[in-house]
Design a protein around this ligand. Structure first.
Ligand SMILES: CC(C)(COP(=O)(O)OP(=O)(O)OC[C@H]1O[C@@H](n2cnc3c(N)ncnc32)[C@H](O)[C@@H]1OP(=O)(O)O)[C@@H](O)C(=O)NCCC(=O)NCCS
Length: 167
């Protein structure tokens, strides 16, 4: 018997752009562009396949984007965010699936670590821990306790320094 999945997760692509922007606006409001993390997204392009959308019968219901960042002089890492799930779908594990898959793709693509700015209480379930005061410098003010890292390879321990958009 064929069962229709309640939602599916597929790679983000330009056809979803309008719906993604509408969801981000709904969830974060216009102030989202003022966030320091946004400075690492401007002029950057999301990592293909690690950036994902969730779609159900009503349309786009969740999104996570992941970006390449330079770390210090020679390092590189994946920078995750924002993640958002439509209110009508929250508490159904959509974000969990998006996070697990995005992290898995980053690992497959050879990233040593995923870095994000967010609540440790939420992200620790995915193996994130505080990076440590001053280990990563962002292009603007940030609460260092919210700078989290999920190591994907031993060499992640060497990552340190300023996060910037790869040129
Ligand atoms: C955070 C968010 C993406 C989670 O989406 P979701 O699909 O409902 O998540 P899941 O179903 O996988 O997990 C839900 C669980 O996460 C918990 N949770 C959500 N936000 C949390 C937070 N900031 N801190 C701690 N726990 C949190 C919920 O209480 C719930 O807990 P439970 O499983 O014990 O009931 C969604 O609530 C959202 O879009 N929030 C607004 C945007 C946001 O805060 N994004 C993250 C910052 S970039």
């Amino acid at each position: 018997m064929n069962t229709i999945p309640a939602y599916e997760i597929v790679p983000d692509s330009p056809e979803h752009s309008d719906a993604v922007e509408a969801l981000y606006d709904d969830v974060f409001g216009p102030g989202r562009f003022a966030k320091t993390a946004e400075r690492l997204r401007e002029g950057n392009s999301p990592i293909a396949d690690a950036s994902l959308v969730a779609i159900d019968s009503e349309g786009l219901t969740g999104v996570v984007r992941v970006w390449p960042v330079k770390v210090g002089e020679g390092g590189r890492a994946a920078f995750l965010g924002p993640i958002a799930v439509a209110e009508r779908r929250r508490g159904n594990g959509v974000a969990f699936k998006l996070m697990e898959r995005a992290i898995g793709v980053c690992r497959e693509q050879g990233y040593a670590a995923v870095i994000l700015v967010g609540d440790h209480e939420y992200y620790e379930r995915f193996g994130f821990h505080p990076a440590g005061d001053g280990r990563f410098l962002l292009p603007g003010p940030v609460d260092q306790k919210r700078v989290l890292i999920r190591d994907l390879a031993d060499r992640a321990a060497k990552l340190k320094g300023e996060l910037s958009v790869p040129r």
